[in-house]
Design a binder for this molecule. Sequence first.
Ligand code: ADP
Ligand code: MG
Length: 721
Amino acid sequence: GNELRAQAIASIACRPKVAVTAPGRLEDLWAKDVFGLSKMQECLPKSVFKSVQKTITTGAPLDVSVADVVAVAMKDWATSKGALYYSHMFYPLTNATAEKHDGFISVQSDGSVISEFSGKVLVQGEPDGSSFPNGGIRSTFEARGYTAWDVTSPAFVMETENGVTLCIPTVFVSWTGEALDKKTPLLRSNAAMSKAATRVLKLLGHSEVAPVNSSCGAEQEYFLVDASFANIRPDLLLAGRTLFGKAPAKGQQFDDHYFGAIPERVQIFMQDVEEKLYRLGIPAKTRHNEVAPGQFEIAPFFEAANVASDHQQLIMTVLRNTAKKHGFLCLLHEKPFAGINGSGKHVNWSVGNATQGNLLDPGDTPHSNAQFLVFCGAVIRGVHKYGPLMRAVIASASNDHRLGANEAPPAIISIYLGSQLQDVFDQIASGEVTGSQSKGDMDLGVPTLPVFPKDAGDRNRTSPFAFTGNRFEFRAVGSGQSVSGPLVAMNTILADSLDWMADQLEAKLGSGVELNVAIHDILRDVIRDHGAVVFNGNGYSTEWHEMAVNERGLLNLRTTADALPVLREQYIEDLFAKENVLTPVELGSRFEAYSEQYIQHIEVEAKLVLSMAKTIIYPAAVRYLGELAKTIDSLDEIGIEFDKDSVVKVAELTKAMMASVGELSDMLTKHFMSVEEHMQFCAQTIRPLMDQVREYADALEGEVADDLWPLPTYQEMLFIK
Ligand code: ADP
Ligand code: MG
């Protein structure tokens, strides 16, 4: 083979094994590196602990004098674990986690140095965030933004290249109070949802209603590629996906051998990841049910959405860093390999509280079933009204390779309920309450509401948003995306629908309608007006795509260029403003930041396509052409006629590839009147031209002598472990 590739394969063959250690005991590892409630209870005075606990459970602001005491205890704990630095971690409008490291050191007026970390530093840090995207809210010459500890998410220590660091999860806001991050709106959306849910629960007759919280359990898919291969593929290193590469002869569908066992190297990696996550108090549960070769999944148990979201960011960081240590590159890209299954993130979401439990759980009593139908109906209404928003919050250049392409879930947002729950809503809609299809039904005890099936039953993998027994599962989220955006959208649309439900209930009950009748009538209206979003069939089928758009009026927003402008719609602005989740300025800044990221992402990839085609693939093709031409000449000299077809084919493919390269290169110099126009150009012109270059290059890969081909092949990257 080619020299670089040969070296890469050789280095994998003789790679020293990472030492295997016996798995640590969960009890010894669990949350060892977290300054959580139990740790605080140990080391804080009782009154201070009570105050922090109150902040965590009720969202009451943290008193500064309390913060000082907490800061000292936190610092002592962190230094006892070897920390010399602390870092405010925040979540800018990218999918990244940002950190600002500072020493615990403070210089006194007499020049001496002491170790210091006060409450003020804990709740308010000032990072130089000027280089983070903020969509124009805060120009770099203005005052900086500041970070403040989100007390509901515990601090922890983590070993990094700089040694041990105390990490403090924070919000990131401008001095004028505008959210510059992904955490602030998540906290606000949860508060809005809690307020609206409380209204509804009170109207349903509960006298005691604890604050309602959203929960999230995110299943994370990822690929592992050996670092020796990745290091000689600029596309994997810079774009996180292969921009070139011919599908292997042995596709994922034939590879039953692979499914048998996880390679030992990967197992050792997984154990290492799990132990790191346990120490951070992240309830990881590794799964080995990969779909494609080289693909794996990790899913933690669900937690409060805000904590789950921080933990999700940490999981992505730990996966990437641990992979490096084990000689892998961890790919969180949604589509690293063309023609091979991509990676998603299934965001499981529910809402509940301490007094009523999971509000999306059908439950065991007629009353809780009626309550469940109200919350489920609210979700249906929200997803129908704001489906395009759900599509917009998962829009990214990389996720476009899954959504709207031939790989599901489709870009049309619909809800899967399952046939039994569908039957319940059908009965409500028709007004003919008869019974249900299944055995083990439960009587709601009220003639106006149907008999309720106990089990939600079958599963449908083709729906972007599915009810799965006691939660909804948003399956269209991309593997590399932050879960915050989707959670903000779900919480906010639910808040809006619950507020609407509460208004309806208040009006009906006020005019003397009985509660169960009122619930029935409201649900009937919801199904009549919003039932179009419910679809239990095959979401991949072309019939659905046509029916959804033509008969049901749902939008099929295929690309990010189509989806992001939704954020500019008046009804979306009104939704976020009404629920106090994002001001119009904050929303506008998100549109700006995300559309800029989309354009940059595609243009960077396009430039990489150009340089790889010109400097890596073209030279290989030309060398091969030279070899062929020389051979034909020499054969000619001794009178042997040789078939010229292959040389003609390689020459033509090479010419065609370079013609596409020229075309793509020209298109990258265009200027645009608006970012919408620029995004559409990226989606409709740049992306197809990139694909066209690739098509010729991949065809060349099938013609050029293997020992001249410079890039590790799909076969090598996906099957050598
Ligand atoms: P599947 O692969 O069948 O979709 P998994 O068991 O892999 O299901 O993942 C389910 C995820 O959903 C886990 O993270 C789990 O903790 C989470 N989950 C379970 N119940 C809830 C709930 N009520 N709210 C939010 N997430 C939940
Ligand atoms: Mg799932």
